[in-house]
Ligand binder design. Structure first.
Ligand SMILES: NC(=O)c1ccc[n+]([C@@H]2O[C@H](COP(=O)([O-])OP(=O)(O)OC[C@H]3O[C@@H](n4cnc5c(N)ncnc54)[C@H](OP(=O)(O)O)[C@@H]3O)[C@@H](O)[C@H]2O)c1
Length: 262
């Protein structure tokens, strides 16, 4: 889908990747409704971007998503592309996870994209065009120790994307699932950054990832996994999960020391 001239709803637009993606999309000729919980950061991002609107709102509830979606539709006069990018993370041993945080992660990472898709899909079907882009993670295909809640949320998002893509196959509305590997943004706490360093985990620059997201949209990818060898491990994990268990065992022991130290 060509970005030029499109009306785009972008969630998580004030974040590490979102702010850069917003700039790329506006530079590509799109009109944006930028949604984020962080109102101050959102207004700073919007200040430099012509043709962009801000919608400050909390997407962690069905009502919050409904209100944000209505505002976006009003500001844009319709929608061609929904990019579900907002997300949160937790790096912890599961026995230490707060039940409220577990629910919040599922709400923001999985339910918000589902609620927003539900809000925008009828208009897309009606106008006979549109695309839903869900930003998942390599952790949506490989369950990572000490990221169990985040992994579960992204596995869910991948499943939703796949099912919806198949459901809409005979329509003009398309679905893209995008899975980056680790990226240097604020979603990763100091503990995660240190753990990634200790385990020699590959981390991409957000500028590079954002360019790949735009290319994936332009090229109508159904799903795409960024980075090698991570994208290969995604395939291996499907066929030989015990192999991946063994390959990750040493890394998991290192990760535990960082997860428990926080
Ligand atoms: N960075 C990585 O390593 C990585 C790797 C793979 C996939 N991803 C995915 O990429 C996406 C973007 O992540 P990022 O790296 O750009 O993270 P980020 O810098 O933390 O940005 C995420 C944005 O989402 C917003 N947000 C969080 N909860 C929200 C809510 N309830 N309602 C509305 N907005 C909310 C955040 O606002 P606040 O600042 O107020 O929380 C923040 O501006 C996420 O879906 C993430 O899972 C990231």
């Amino acid at each position: 889908m060509e970005i030029k001239g499109k009306r785009i709803v972008l969630t998580g637009a004030a974040g590490g990747m979102g702010s850069l993606l917003a700039a790329e999309l506006v530079a590509g000729g799109a009109t944006l409704a930028m949604v984020d919980a962080n109102a101050d950061a959102l207004h700073k991002v919007a200040a430099g971007l012509k043709g962009s609107h801000t919608v400050a709102g909390d997407l962690s509830s069905a009502e919050g998503c409904k209100v944000a979606a209505e505002e976006c539709l009003q500001l844009l006069g319709g929608v061609d592309l929904l990019i579900n990018l907002a997300g949160i993370n937790s790096f912890a041993a599961y026995e230490d996870e707060d039940p409220g945080k577990i629910e919040l992660i599922m709400r923001v990472n999985l339910l918000a994209p589902m609620w927003l898709t539900r809000a925008f899909l009828p208009a897309m079907l009606e106008q006979n065009s549109g695309r839903i882009v869900n930003v998942g993670s390599i952790f949506g295909s490989i369950g990572f120790a000490y990221f169990s809640v985040y992994s579960a949320s992204k596995f869910g998002l991948r499943g939703f994307s796949e099912a919806l893509r198949r459901e809409l196959a005979d329509s003009a509305v398309k679905v893209t699932y995008i899975a980056p590997r680790a990226v240097k943004t604020p979603i990763n706490s100091d503990a995660v950054m240190k753990m990634n360093e200790a385990t020699k985990t590959n981390m991409d620059a957000p500028e590079d990832v954002v360019k790949k997201i735009v290319a994936a949209i332009n090229n109508d990818h159904k799903d795409i996994y960024f980075g090698f060898p991570e994208s290969l491990f995604v395939r291996i994990n499907v066929l030989f999960p015990r192999l991946v268990d063994r390959a990750l065992a040493a890394q998991n022991r290192i990760a535990r020391t960082f997860a428990k130290k926080q």
